[in-house]
Design a protein around this ligand. Structure first.
Ligand code: URA
Length: 231
């Protein structure tokens, strides 16, 4: 890992502050002063800042506002990737994405370097509620509220979907909250009632809400409370 990233992730200093620290000759690696931000650290390097030991960076937990057209994978021959948006923050081989979104879906993605945390929050036992803003091709029938509350049959699935909450806000627009994460679930649920999804945006996972402060393509760290809340 680069020295500047190691320092920023371990100490909470901003990139600018890390640069300043390096220029002021207050960082040593294995006893030798280093000023080069791009210096590559070995796994067992001993890093001191102002003569204090800097321990290895902790896991990172981020929320990202996924833009349309991006895929939730590390590599793709045809589309830009979420890994590309995050590459300054998390290396592709360390990146775990919780609850992938389709290429045309926008909104809240949780990403982390912590595989155990990811496993916990995505396990079916956890039943994290996910809230989506759905735009449809046809008007949403009021009866859909009841149908989704009881569960609908998805093509190719044995069991009905788990109870879901539909809040119709306009003729062609609604919030849908589900606790499962089946492949293309929202699109298939709307298809099951003879409608079609034209636009899909995830606004919330569990207690974590995507606020207006995060523009498409931007990300920020989850607070320790949010990390604990989801696990
Ligand atoms: N359901 C879908 O159909 N697509 C998504 O991206 C997320 C949920």
């Amino acid at each position: 890992m680069r020295l500047d990233k190691y320092l920023a992730h371990s100490t909470g200093l901003s990139r600018k502050e890390v640069k300043r620290a390096l220029h002021s000759k207050s960082v040593t690696v294995n006893g030798a002063m280093v000023r080069d931000a791009s210096f590559q650290l070995q796994e067992d390097a001993e890093v001191l800042f102002n003569k204090q030991l800097v321990s290895a960076p902790k896991h990172r937990y981020l929320m990202l506002n996924k833009p349309q057209g991006y895929v939730c994978s590390h590599e793709d021959p045809n589309h830009p990737t979420v890994a590309g948006l995050l590459e300054a923050e998390i290396r592709a081989n360390e990146l775990n994405i919780a609850g992938r979104l389709d290429v045309d879906t926008t909104g809240l993605l949780l990403v982390t370097t912590d595989g155990q945390w990811l496993h916990k929050i995505t396990s079916p036992n956890h039943k994290q509620a996910k809230r989506y803003l759905v735009e449809t091709a046809d008007a949403i029938a009021v009866q859909t509220i009841d149908l989704f509350a009881k569960g609908v049959a998805l093509k190719g699935e044995k069991n009905l979907t788990k109870p879901a909450v539909l809040e119709i806000i306009e003729t062609h627009m609604a919030y849908l909250t589900i606790t499962e994460g089946k492949y293309h679930q929202v699109k298939r649920m709307l298809a099951a009632v003879g409608n079609k999804v034209e636009g899909l945006h995830r606004s919330q996972i569990g207690g974590v809400v995507l606020g207006d402060d995060l523009a498409l393509g931007e990300f920020k760290a989850l607070s320790p409370e949010q990390v604990a809340l989801l696990a």
